[in-house]
Design a protein around this ligand. Sequence first.
Ligand code: HEC
Ligand code: HEC
Ligand code: HEC
Ligand code: HEC
Ligand code: HEC
Ligand code: HEC
Ligand code: HEC
Ligand code: HEC
Ligand code: HEC
Length: 471
Amino acid sequence: MSVRALVACFALALAAAPAGTAPGLAQGTQDAAPPRGDTIANAADTTGAASADTTGGAGAAQPEESCVSCHRSLDSERFSAPAKAFHNDIHASKGFGCVACHGGDDKDSGFGAMDPAKGFIGIPSRRDIPELCGRCHSDAQFMKRFNPSLRVDQVAEYRTSVHGRRLAAGDTLVATCADCHHIHSIRPPSDPKSNVYPVHVSQTCGRCHADADYMKPYGIPTDQLQKYEKSVHWATLSQKGDLSAPTCNDCHGSHGATPPGVSSVVNVCGQCHAVQAGRFEASFHSEIFSMIGAPGCVTCHGNHEIHAPTDAFLGVGDSAVCGRCHTADSKGAQVATGERSLIDSLADRMQVADSILGRAADAGMEVSQAQANLGNARNALIQARAAIHSFSVDSVRAKIDPGLEVADQSATRGRDALQELQVRRLGLAVSAALILLVIVMLVLKIHRAGRPTRPGEGKQRGNGGEGSHGR
Ligand code: HEC
Ligand code: HEC
Ligand code: HEC
Ligand code: HEC
Ligand code: HEC
Ligand code: HEC
Ligand code: HEC
Ligand code: HEC
Ligand code: HEC
């Protein structure tokens, strides 16, 4: 029922099985390091035994392992840190203890806990770590009981990577499971505190790959992290929090040599940028590039420091990419400038339309529909920028022309609105003038009406006025 109970079942199954028949476990350990076959059975057994005593799962009632209580109080940071960190570890939360990896007897409160006769293995050597983790993580049946959707191919994949192949050949500087996942505070990749949470991956890899001294024996560049942190991908991931942007393992794979389904790292871009990749692959450049040994997207965009290109990237000028291979009078250059002028023309006409509509809207004219329509022109521009990956003027024109039509219609609507405004203003001026005229005439009329029509009356009033003034 509880996780601990499952562990117990697993341990019992192991204990019951004749040595060497437990699936995955015994096999892996027999191949790699025969003595560890026992260790594992014991380790699992002890975990199981502990849990058998403490039904109720990973609650506070669980008696602490002797390993943890002694280690936490040790003076040496090196020996106490694992015990202090472990409560954050996913394995601890699933009911596993130190013995799951190190073996030993977690009920012996003295040094006997670390008796090799009780399966204690001490510090696993770096070379043995993949098999140590793989004992459980490569065992589909065991892992299914905890999390059926969790993959169980990490060790198999790891063996195909540069890290795995070099480790197998005895090079212990490469990354093992424990380097990328931490050792005593392993968390699922979805946990924002995990070393392998997308935003943290580049630092995790960079700890070795950006350390020139550490990487010295290999003579490979150590600028990947520095460059990546200037890229549009890192900006999208770290500033916008958009986890769909790639970090190191999205392009290189977490465990395998490349991400699953990709034959080579340089083909990885198409996983996310399918439109551009489709067009590029259907273009003549695709074949030509492989003939001249230029890797697809990466030749033009780079790999680690990829920037968001502007239209200036298209053409043969200084900041343009086509001019790197095509001279100004070549067919390639003609196509580049042809595509560029189409894109520029749409961008310009959209700007014109936008500013006319803006003026009309500011003056209170109703042009919201036209402004919304301009969005279609914007889409056309985006599609045209993707269409340049066919490297043909016609492909780009097919996207630009409908956009131009929309932009021009919008501009016309804006001009009409401004004209209407002019007419309205004229009408307003005329009516204002008329009203003014009427007022003037009224005033005149009143004035005239107030004038003395009969001399007697006028005088009387005038006198009365003077009289009162004099009072
Ligand atoms: C009574 C205290 C105590 C208990 C209980 C204890 N340890 Fe230790 N452990 C130590 C000390 C002290 C050292 C450092 C030994 C040394 O300097 O060689 C150590 C070292 C280790 C090491 C490093 C070994 C090495 O080769 O350097 C590991 C791993 C370890 N313990 C795991 C465990 C596990 C797992 C358990 C429980 C099954 C456990 N310990 C139980 C005190 C203890
Ligand atoms: C998931 C497996 C796993 C579990 C569980 C685990 N450890 Fe470890 N431990 C390792 C590995 C792997 C190493 C060696 C890492 C390396 O080579 O850098 C290690 C190293 C150590 C070391 C040596 C540290 C050093 O710097 O030399 C100590 C001490 C230790 N563990 C104690 C413990 C204690 C105590 C527990 C329980 C609280 C525990 N471990 C639980 C896998 C585990
Ligand atoms: C005793 C068996 C066992 C061993 C040994 C073991 N693990 Fe695990 N591990 C598990 C179980 C069970 C889970 C929980 C799976 C779940 O419920 O998601 C787990 C979870 C994980 C997770 C989180 C997976 C997720 O997405 O939830 C990572 C990462 C991980 N382990 C890495 C390691 C590494 C690295 C090692 C070796 C240093 C190791 N494990 C050793 C059994 C083990
Ligand atoms: C070079 C770094 C690196 C190494 C080495 C590495 N991992 Fe991972 N691991 C990752 C990253 C990054 C993720 C998260 C992305 C993913 O799931 O692919 C991950 C995810 C996982 C998961 C969770 C998978 C899931 O579907 O949630 C497990 C379990 C795991 N690793 C186990 C291992 C084991 C076992 C080893 C050793 C054979 C190992 N890892 C070696 C980087 C590494
Ligand atoms: C513990 C240090 C360490 C960590 C952490 C680490 N690596 Fe490595 N990596 C190495 C070493 C050492 C090599 C071997 C270099 C070689 O053979 O050229 C290597 C090789 C590679 C290679 C092959 C390079 C080549 O020569 O073509 C790639 C790609 C790679 N690592 C990617 C990653 C990624 C991605 C991560 C993080 C998910 C990572 N590494 C984490 C140490 C590390
Ligand atoms: C957008 C995809 C992408 C991302 C993100 C990425 N890389 Fe790369 N990386 C590549 C490509 C493509 C190559 C060239 C591979 C080839 O030529 O086979 C490469 C090459 C490498 C190499 C071989 C040495 C070199 O520089 O040519 C290493 C090591 C490496 N990357 C590590 C990393 C690390 C560490 C990160 C994260 C900080 C990272 N990469 C992020 C695509 C990527
Ligand atoms: C895991 C998915 C993923 C992978 C793999 C990937 N990208 Fe991206 N890329 C994105 C995301 C997300 C953005 C940012 C959103 C956007 O603007 O499209 C982006 C942005 C870009 C941009 C800027 C787009 C713009 O309009 O400003 C370029 C150029 C680019 N990527 C090229 C590449 C190349 C080249 C590769 C392969 C070396 C690659 N990407 C691999 C997801 C990915
Ligand atoms: C021959 C050089 C070249 C190659 C090869 C190339 N691109 Fe581009 N890419 C460009 C140019 C030039 C632009 C700028 C277009 C503009 O903004 O006017 C661009 C723009 C982009 C953009 C941003 C604009 C958009 O389309 O949304 C992305 C994303 C992109 N490229 C991805 C890729 C991918 C993925 C590949 C590989 C399948 C690739 N590119 C191959 C030259 C190239
Ligand atoms: C890495 C070098 C390289 C880059 C960058 C490059 N090209 Fe090419 N392109 C070639 C090669 C090589 C050929 C075949 C030889 C030739 O026709 O010049 C070619 C051929 C062409 C052709 C066919 C020429 C013909 O004679 O039929 C066109 C059109 C073309 N490129 C357009 C472009 C455009 C547009 C860009 C920029 C977006 C670009 N190229 C960027 C290398 C490149």
